[in-house]
Design a binder for this molecule. Structure first.
Ligand code: C2E
Ligand code: CA
Ligand code: CA
Length: 427
């Protein structure tokens, strides 16, 4: 039974063949190379399915050239491929094998990018190696280990080829532990909103804040967003956590207004997951109606990479928020493949320069130049600029020199609990 498009074995057949090979492993090692083509959807969407299909066939033809090593290969689904191979005991080490596949991937990426005119196409590969001493010798485990390594590769920016190791199972255990305790954590209000002040560069006054979530376990310990957000983005639960944070912030602002106390605008982080569903606009509209706060008191932060991966949806979201009278900022500008082009294409109101520009120690001349250029350009585009991660007076002074309007960072204040923040506003 063959896959009609690629002529490869069907996945079920592949597993049966692999099972037999594993039974006769002897002194050899069996490798599983699991590859997926990042941004393949872009090819289908941009050039049509015909070109997409041709690319897949092309990809298969490439690795099937290495007949002497391959035992069997299959397309698991869509653009996901597995290739099983045999390495003799005196063949390349596991790491040498990984490097080899990495090099092949890079060469092919270059060829494909030229051929299919897509500069972002990338192969993500996970490799598992089974030998007679491995914990398990079954085909499904071998493939799922390689698939797990592939997922790790997909999350990495530069390395697109990763070798499975047992510690990745520990990562999975942690992931299950976290995702399974989210519903209870939400119900028991274990998430706390912290506020990090934003400072006006000229007056050094507090003029706003960013809401940052903290997870405080019943034993008092904290789990930080960098640890759990990426995991709950994968499970989709981040939507519930974000909504929880939004509601807390709206209610906080509404209460202060009701009591006649001073308020400042608070910005809220938007996970990329919201763009898949777009319920967020309805939700925010509902909150505005429920709490009756002026729309100028909240802002939404969309991280730079969201714009690159989903330009259209991002644009739709920005327009929707603008319709509600809400400002939008581009978060983490400069942390990834920032495109200056995006700044002119997207109607954002604020640009948040990532703290990568402010490295430890004295400021580098090159970073100074970049900051001042970005601030200048933003100004010409009528976009407000804010620099994050300000830790020293030197950095703060420099930002003033180049006319960056707002600042945020440990130099002024760490993210603080609500009560502490309230005291600060009153000052
Ligand atoms: P972010 O949006 O870039 O938030 C700024 C992060 O930088 C915060 O980390 C903050 O504590 C840290 N930071 C601020 N000033 C400084 C400084 O001067 N030096 C250094 N080294 N760090 C500074 P935090 O609170 O751990 O949050 C990490 C990330 O988690 C955030 O990055 C954001 O992407 C995400 N996150 C936080 N809260 C939420 C949330 O409610 N929803 C969503 N979707 N994501 C959130
Ligand atoms: Ca942010
Ligand atoms: Ca940021």
């Amino acid at each position: 039974m063959k896959d009609t498009l690629t002529g490869l074995d069907q996945y079920e057949v592949f597993l049966q063949k692999l099972e037999k090979e594993l039974e006769q492993i002897g002194e050899d090692r069996i490798t599983i190379v699991y590859t997926d083509i990042k941004h393949f959807k872009y090819i289908n969407d941009t050039y049509g399915y015909k070109v997409g299909d041709a690319l897949l066939k092309d990809f298969v033809a490439g690795f099937m050239e290495r007949k002497e090593f391959i035992i069997c290969a299959a397309r698991v689904y869509s653009d996901n491929f597995v290739v099983a191979g045999r390495l003799s005991a005196d063949g390349p080490t596991n790491e040498e094998f990984r490097e080899l596949i990495h090099r092949v991937n890079q060469e092919r990426e270059t060829q494909f990018r030229e051929k299919y005119l897509n500069s972002r196409l990338q192969f993500c590969t996970g490799i598992s190696v089974t030998d007679k001493n491995s914990r398990s010798l079954d085909a499904e485990t071998a493939v799922s280990n390689a698939n797990l390594a592939r997922k790790v590769a997909k999350d990495m920016e530069n390395d697109s080829c990763v070798l499975f190791d047992q510690s990745m199972m520990e990562g999975i255990r942690r992931e299950v532990e976290i995702t399974s305790s989210i519903p209870k954590a939400l119900a028991q209000k274990e998430f706390k909103v912290y506020f990090q002040p934003k400072i006006d560069t000229d007056t050094l006054e507090l003029i706003g804040a960013e809401a940052l979530v903290r997870w405080q376990k019943p034993d008092g310990s904290f789990v930080y967003p960098d640890e759990f957000i990426p995991l709950i983005e994968r499970s989709g639960q981040v939507v519930d956590v974000d909504y929880y944070v939004y509601r807390e912030v709206f209610s906080f602002l509404a209460n202060r207004l009701k009591e006649g106390k001073k308020v400042v605008p608070v910005s809220l982080n938007v996970s990329r997951v919201h763009l898949q569903k777009m319920h967020i606009l309805e939700f925010v509209k509902g909150l505005l109606e429920e709490f009756q706060i002026p729309c100028s008191l909240v802002e939404f932060e969309l991280t730079e990479s969201i714009y690159l991966d989903n330009t259209e949806q991002a644009l739709e979201l920005i327009k929707g928020l603008h319709k509600l009278g809400i400002k939008v900022s581009m978060d983490d500008f400069g942390s990834g493949y920032s495109s200056l082009n995006l700044l002119s294409k997207l109607p954002i109101d604020i640009i948040k320069l990532d703290r990568v520009f402010l490295k430890e120690g004295e400021m580098q001349e090159s970073d100074r130049i970049i900051i001042s250029c970005v601030v200048d350009m933003a100004k010409k585009l009528k976009i407000t600029s804010l620099c994050e991660g300000v830790e020293t007076q030197e950095q703060s002074n420099y930002l003033k020199e180049v006319g960056c309007q707002m600042q945020q960072g440990f130099y002024f204040s760490r993210p603080i609990p609500r009560e502490v923040f309230e005291n600060l506003i009153e000052k």
